[in-house]
Design a protein around this ligand. Structure first.
Ligand code: AMP
Ligand code: MG
Length: 484
């Protein structure tokens, strides 16, 4: 395809040896049709699709015609899925290449749902329209919530049905990420016992994502430390907005620190730490409150991969890695407290802060109160008034909170300003998502686009959006499914 779109590929991962990937092109589809294109993201990437008609864009975003300079591959990786180790890889995705923006920022461009690869196992390599639109809207919502995430550039229908419980419309999502290297990528290489390849991957990742570590004495240990920080920040962001990833397998944890793989994820409405939406997560391994512990567990698996590169002496290496992993709990607690202080507009530190925070969460939990809206109520916003907040226990808590607010020269202007930067006024609510996807499946994209628009400004008060601010009465029974 002639490059009128400003693609600027430089495919560094493709240049690694073939043990890291398979060279493969997307499998052509019958009748491609463009469903969505993300103009804002295209602009950020310095891409220009304005000179192309719908058919050309459909050919592009279905993978039928690859852009000039691409060199498509399926990446190899492994992963602990619900605790069990498996060799995996891109079974239904291809990385078409790495695009460089004018500022030389490097982004992976990946087609998800693009057909079978060497890693497909028993799968058909395809994805359905609903889950691809779901990933599109939730990943974009996460981006607008200021949470590191992969982005979504386009969705195209393939014009082919795929067989699940019922026949579903096939679709391909174009995903953009700062890279797709995962904890599972390291696990794949480590499992093959090839120390030289492990070193190549480490060097690659440090150069691409942590260039400040290039000259460090112990790159492996420093990378582990950096990733611990990155992932703590990420999971705290999730906890802040009530996001439940749903399938925190090690293959779904990036080395860049971006949220990836929006399968059965969903946002919590009623505050309940044990909330799980995923239909397959029977034991609640990935419940809201378990996300920090699972992050640590995944980081421990990452640390294990790095052992041969940390020190020739295995005992020494294990000791150093363990010491770092053991810092997780304290760091997490500190950062979580600060995040919650911000949500409540509190300045400085008071030794009763933790009690104040836990009291509020306990009240929300016991009274089945909406997490997002409670903070909106505390910011005195209209639309968030509710009889529930007249409750005596809440009013008593509020008095303590107001006393605490007086510390450290805080003023209503400064605490409201602080609260408004971290408390979203609108989140992707499950019933709004489901409703918009159902209509999109029937060809009506209006509700989907409206929701997408609203979710662009989660920290800004918007008129006439009350339908998007309420939880669904049947929310407790809400179930999500893996995006297969
Ligand atoms: P996920 O649940 O999307 O993180 O996928 C886990 C693994 O299953 C990855 O290796 C995917 O590539 C693979 N996979 C998921 N769905 C399919 C499919 N329909 N065909 C082939 N592989 C798949
Ligand atoms: Mg995955």
């Amino acid at each position: 395809m002639k490059n009128t779109m400003n693609w600027n590929f430089d495919n560094s991962y493709s240049r690694l040896s073939n043990s890291f990937k398979e060279h493969i092109e997307p499998v052509a589809v019958k009748n491609p049709e463009l469903v969505l294109i993300n103009d804002d993201l295209a602009k950020e990437l310095n891409l220009d699709f304005s000179k192309n008609d719908k058919n050309e864009l459909a050919d592009l975003f279905s993978g039928n015609i690859l852009p000039e300079g691409s060199n498509s591959i399926a990446q190899a990786y492994a992963g602990h899925q619900f605790g069990h180790f498996t060799m995996l890889g891109d079974g239904r995705a291809v990385l078409i290449g790495e695009h460089l923006t004018k500022n030389k920022e490097r982004y992976d461009v990946q087609f998800k749902g693009s057909g079978k690869t060497a890693f497909s196992r028993n799968g058909d390599g395809r994805a359905a329209l609903g889950p691809m639109l779901r990933e599109y809207i939730i990943s974009e919502a996460m981006h607008n919530l200021n949470i590191p995430t992969t982005r979504s550039l386009a969705v195209a229908k393939t014009g082919e049905n795929i067989m699940r419980d019922t026949p579903l419309q096939g679709a391909i999502l174009t995903r953009v990420a700062s890279s797709h290297v995962r904890v599972g990528t390291f696990q794949y290489v480590a499992a093959r016992n090839k120390k030289d390849e492990l070193q190549i991957l480490l060097d690659y990742v440090v150069k691409r994502h942590y260039p400040e570590l290039i000259n460090s004495k112990n790159k492996a240990l420093e990378l582990l430390k950096a990733l611990i920080y990155k992932q703590i920040d990420l999971v705290i962001d999730w906890m802040r907005v009530g996001f439940i990833h749903g399938v925190m397998n090690t293959d779904n944890m990036t080395i860049s620190g971006e949220t990836i793989d929006y399968g059965p994820c969903a946002f919590m409405d009623i505050y309940d730490p044990k909330t799980v939406f995923s239909s397959i997560d029977k034991m609640g391994r990935y419940a809201y409150c378990n996300q920090p512990a699972i992050t640590k567990w995944n980081l421990s698996r990452f640390a294990e991969c790095l052992i041969p590169l940390i020190d020739e002496d295995e005992d020494k290496a294990v000791k150093s890695a363990t010491e770092l992993i053991d810092t997780f709990g304290k760091k997490y607690e500190e950062k979580w407290l600060n995040m919650m202080r911000n949500k409540l507009g509190l300045l400085g530190v008071d030794n009763k802060d933790k009690f104040l925070i836990v009291d509020l969460l306990t009240w929300m939990h016991q009274n089945k109160i909406d997490y997002t809206n409670t903070f909106c109520h505390l910011m005195d916003l209209k639309d968030y008034d509710d009889e529930l907040y007249k409750d005596n226990n809440f009013q008593n808590w509020k008095k303590n909170w107001q006393e605490r607010l007086k510390l450290n020269n805080n003023t209503p202007e400064s605490y409201i300003k602080l609260m408004r930067t971290v408390n979203p006024l609108v989140i992707p609510r499950n019933h709004n998502i489901e409703d918009s996807l159902e209509k999109a499946n029937d060809g009506n994209l209006k509700p989907f686009n409206k929701l997408l628009e609203i979710l662009k400004k989660p920290y800004v008060q918007q008129e006439n959006i009350s339908d998007y601010l309420k939880m669904d009465s049947s929310s407790k029974e809400y179930k999500t499914f893996c995006g297969t």
